[in-house]
Design a binder for this molecule. Sequence first.
Ligand code: NAP
Length: 264
Amino acid sequence: MELLEHGAPVPDPLRPYLDVDRSRPRHECWVTGHMVAGLDGTAAIAGRVGALSTAPDQSLFRRMRQIADVVLIGAETVRREGYAPVRLSQEAQQQRRRRGQASLPPVAVVSRSLDLDLTSHVFAGAPDDARTTLITCSSADPRRLAAAREVATVLIAGEDRVDPARALRALAERGCAVVLCEGGPRWLGELVAADRLDELCLSVSPLMGGDPLPVSVTPAGAPLRRFALRSSMVEDDTLFLRYEALPPEDGAADRATAEDGNDE
Ligand SMILES: NC(=O)c1ccc[n+]([C@@H]2O[C@H](COP(=O)([O-])OP(=O)(O)OC[C@H]3O[C@@H](n4cnc5c(N)ncnc54)[C@H](OP(=O)(O)O)[C@@H]3O)[C@@H](O)[C@H]2O)c1
């Protein structure tokens, strides 16, 4: 055990995240989750994330998109939060171009139902060079699929549901090396269950009492996944934790599921 003492000031809180080497992913692309939770693990307050996020978290949330080749989100988050295309400062866009990335990462929305407002800003307002992507499955309603193709790039990644591995392979084939998943908890849980979350950047806000929705909702029966803490920062009583996934053999994930259930 050791104390996490307050240490040297961090002049640019994005820098530790920019400096992470994401060039050797375990699969076709690197997947970073970026979430905020209350002290009780809640992921939303009255169905929205805004009240959960402190000022430094909001700032980091917007700037973190600089690392991404695509920003991946579940459809319910789009419906509730009213998503918009990604915006970055001119300086951030320049830095991206210098690293060989597109100026702006597109948004990619995962949906089985395609029950989405296709006139909303996230679709209609996306720039031509960062058109929004819709990831869905082949059983989606054909009329909704046709309408979606008018405003978005559509990727089919499964029959009755989007298979996370297929979705990520399709994104990687389109040149996405770093995928930033901004939730929501159900889609993030699918990625965790599929062992496709490489990194979790978790902000812990100093409050309790939100919705009974944890930051990740894994499907029933999914094995445990283990992570190692790589960095921590604090501002305004908000903790900024960065974890990386341990390979299943180090975490002994499947074995631990049974043991944990027996011991406690
Ligand atoms: N704390 C945070 O950092 C954070 C971040 C994001 C969101 N949130 C909050 O989380 C809540 C929404 O999250 P949520 O967990 O309910 O929903 P979500 O993960 O945003 O979206 C769930 C939806 O995504 C689609 N989806 C997920 N897995 C799929 C699969 N395998 N195949 C096909 N489609 C799939 C489905 O869309 P269809 O229904 O269209 O088929 C499903 O209903 C909101 O309250 C939001 O404010 C919090």
